[in-house]
Ligand binder design. Structure first.
Ligand code: G3P
Length: 218
């Protein structure tokens, strides 16, 4: 399973990258705004920086919601670097644009997926990734993990090349459950990835090993 960092914060991304376990990055307009990155030039420059620093796929989201606008923005984003993936919302013009991007050889991530039907349409249009938002489904008393299971089954049934990229991941159990269900990718805040490292018994065990060593060796 691939791990993507769901943030535009370069320091946080590099902290996980330094462990040698990071496969890519996803951003969205909210995450870019959170870092105070505004204005077209600054946004494009930040994507270029992320694409240079991280050797995996970097999802860069379009702001336009009409077909022509999505195509124009997406082509500009794709030109930045080969590892930029154009993130497109799950709307009718978005699906039309994903079909066109696919024909042009531009890779896409269809975002804001909340149902199996939406994911099926995005896969048929040739999306490289679909992003089901599991945390937001859980937020409204739904079952985000059930959606992951449905998407993995559907894509396996028909041999779609589209990868299931679990998004809106909120805690380490989400990551483990995604791994059990066969999601291709999880994207989550770097802090959640780092939480996977922790276990109190590891801390207690290490403390005891070091104390026993010190008793004999000073
Ligand atoms: O990857 C999508 C993500 O950024 C949304 O997460 O926690 O705002 O639902 P969240």
């Amino acid at each position: 399973m691939k791990f993507f960092a769901d943030t535009a914060n370069l320091n946080q991304i590099l902290e996980v990258h330094a462990l040698g376990i990071l496969d890519g990055v996803t951003t969205n307009p909210s995450l870019m705004a959170k870092e105070g990155i505004k204005g077209e030039e600054a946004i494009l420059a930040h994507y270029a920086l992320l694409a240079k620093e991280i050797p995996g796929d970097i999802s860069a989201e379009v702001i336009a919601t009409d077909y022509e606008g999505i195509m124009k923005e997406g082509r500009r984003l794709a030109k930045i670097s080969d590892n930029i993936v154009v993130k497109v919302p799950m709307i009718k013009d978005g699906i039309k644009a994903i079909s066109s991007f696919t024909a042009e050889g531009i890779r896409t991530n269809c975002t804001l997926i909340f149902s199996p039907g939406q994911a099926l349409i995005a896969a048929k249009a040739g999306a490289s990734y679909v992003s089901p938002f599991i945390g937001r489904i859980d937020d409204i008393a739904g079952d985000g993990m059930n959606l992951i299971s449905q998407l993995v089954n559907i894509f396996t049934n028909y041999g779609f090349g589209t990868e299931v990229l679990a998004a809106s991941v909120r805690h380490p159990l989400h990551i483990v459950q995604c791994a059990e269900l066969g999601a291709d990718v999880v994207t989550c805040p770097p802090s959640v990835i780092l939480q996977l490292l922790q276990h109190p018994l590891t801390d207690i065990g290490l403390e005891k090993f070091l104390a026993d060593h010190k008793k004999l060796n000073g």
